[in-house]
Design a protein around this ligand. Structure first.
Ligand SMILES: Cc1ncc(COP(=O)(O)O)c(C=O)c1O
Length: 493
């Protein structure tokens, strides 16, 4: 990627409009930079239900691409589709007709809204709260930390069981103070794919009069189908007393195009605190149901279409096949010497750690074989690992995956590890964490092979090893600095 030198000019809007074929030639060239997710070898980010569902989603998306969700009185079609989806999802997760909710752009927006709503409602009902806090098991998604930063709610993290990686209700209870407004649990957690003990946490929330958000972004769609198929799925939805809000994503295991999620509340009295209206300006009267204001109807229509296209029959079949494949994969991985699946995944997501081989090198070796596995750094009692989110698009490749994983572990065993961490640690030895600044961050990035403005090519093992050896605070600083380097103004050509 280019950055601008003195003798160059900044990229400009073309004076003359480009021809269609030129435009798409350029867009295709950009697209070639991306991972080939249609291969079925991408075990994260992508939820691909096949060509037919994709076409249905895209057709509906295009049909409502230009309609705006800003004003339901001008575009009531969008409001109707939103109410349809909210109603279906409320019933799907044990809710009644008191449940109120909205369609959002993704899990993060749903979670941001849940935290803001709990904060604003508590401001009204609990004036004694001086600085609102939320109690999060360490496995709660990073989006809650984002919400904390955006809405100034303090995060109080609690440990999870070191064998099951599930939240510890006792630890959560001990963390509750007079400032606590919200408890959080996952169904399942992203990092380990396990469902927290939601009924116990619900009891705690209920008895203390706290909000309780269940993050079912991953599981909300599929867990009820797994239960129907006879799997032991613990209660996680509005059937649990104490649950006050729940998020679930269409664009994950609902297999709809991005950006599609839903935030649900136990009732409209709570949901009222999510809404925003502004009349303190001379422009149009603004009334927003979610964070976005102007928003395309595309994602909503696409979600509506794909949910109706697949139907419970389609989803149930996906659930059955994906669960079967997950169990086979987990068993196969646990049989590979040196690898171990962390906890017992309740759905189709899990993580794999090793005491004898560098997991980041395994990720690189798998990449050479055409696979994308997601590296995860150590945190709390969770060691560094790689993550797999299995979907219907990967289930036919399990034997292939296991074969390549065996080879990759053998190769990774031959690779040296630890040297790069020693080099960086020695170089940083004299720098106190609180004196880290742009200069030494730049040094660290250079040591990690990250050049300004560039995505590191090739192996990422060393970069991940370095990040893994640093404190979470330093990791965060580096990651932000990295982003700051990536998104830059470009020169014209
Ligand atoms: C459990 C959980 N919650 C929330 C999110 C955030 O969702 P999104 O990426 O759609 O914002 C994720 C994303 O993976 C997740 O796994």
């Amino acid at each position: 990627m280019d950055t601008i030198n003195d003798d160059e000019v900044m990229l400009k809007i073309p004076e003359k409009g480009m021809k269609e074929d030129e435009i798409f030639e350029q867009l295709h060239a950009y697209k070639k930079m991306d991972i080939d997710w249609r291969s079925g070898r991408v075990l994260g980010y992508i939820y691909d239900a096949g060509r037919e569902a994709e076409e249905i989603g895209k057709k509906a998306y295009m049909m409502f691409l230009s309609e705006s969700g800003l004003d339901p009185t001008t575009f009531p079609s969008l409001m109707h589709m939103e109410n349809d989806l909210v109603s279906m999802m409320a019933g799907h997760v044990g809710g009644d007709d008191q449940v109120a909710g909205n369609f959002t752009s993704g899990g993060t927006e749903s979670i941001l809204l849940a935290v803001k709503t709990a904060r604003d409602c508590s401001r009204k009902t609990r004036p004694g709260v001086t600085r609102p806090e939320m109690v999060l098991p360490v496995t709660a998604h990073a989006a809650f930390h984002k919400a904390a930063e955006y809405f100034d709610v303090r995060v109080v993290q609690t440990p999870v069981d070191s064998r099951t990686y599930k939240a510890d209700p006792g630890a959560m209870e001990a963390a509750v103070t007079s400032n606590t407004i919200l408890l959080v649990a996952s169904a399942p957690s992203y990092a380990h794919g396990v469902i927290d003990p939601i009924p116990e946490i619900g009891d705690l929330a209920h008895s203390r009069g706290l909000f309780f958000h269940v993050d079912a972004c991953v599981g909300g769609f599929m867990l009820p189908f797994l239960r129907e198929l006879g799997e032991k799925v613990p209660e996680f939805g509005f059937s649990v007393p104490g649950v006050t809000s729940l998020s679930m994503d269409f664009h994950k295991y609902g297999y709809t195009p991005k950006n599609a999620s839903v935030i649900l509340y136990k009732n409209r009295t709570i949901r009222r605190h999510q809404l925003f209206a502004c009349s303190a300006w001379p422009g149009y009267s603004l009334a927003n149901n979610t964070i976005q204001s102007s928003k395309s109807g595309g994602p909503l229509a696409a979600a509506w279409a794909v949910v109706h296209f697949l139907g419970t029959e389609g989803y149930r079949e996906f659930a059955k096949q994906t669960r079967h494949a997950t169990l086979k994969l987990v068993e196969g991985i646990n049989r590979i010497e040196g690898l171990r699946v962390l906890g017992q995944p309740d759905m189709f997501m899990f993580s794999v750690a090793s005491e004898s081989v560098n997991v980041f090198h395994v990720v690189d070796q798998m990449k050479k074989r055409g696979w994308y596995l997601q590296p995860q750094l150590s945190y709390g009692n969770s060691p560094e690992n790689f993550h797999i989110s299995l979907t219907i698009a990967n289930v036919h490749l399990i034997d292939d995956l296991l074969g390549n994983l065996r080879e990759s572990v053998d190769e990774a065993r031959k690779q040296k590890s630890g040297d790069i961490v020693k080099i960086v640690k020695d170089a940083l030895g004299d720098i106190e964490e609180n004196s880290i600044n742009e200069d030494n961050i730049a040094r660290m990035m250079a040591m990690a092979g990250i050049k300004p403005g560039g995505i590191p090519g090739g192996d990422m093992g060393d970069v991940n090893e370095i990040l893994n050896a640093l404190s979470p605070e330093l990791r965060e600083m580096l990651l932000k600095e990295f982003l700051n380097e990536l998104f830059v103004t470009r020169s014209g050509n």
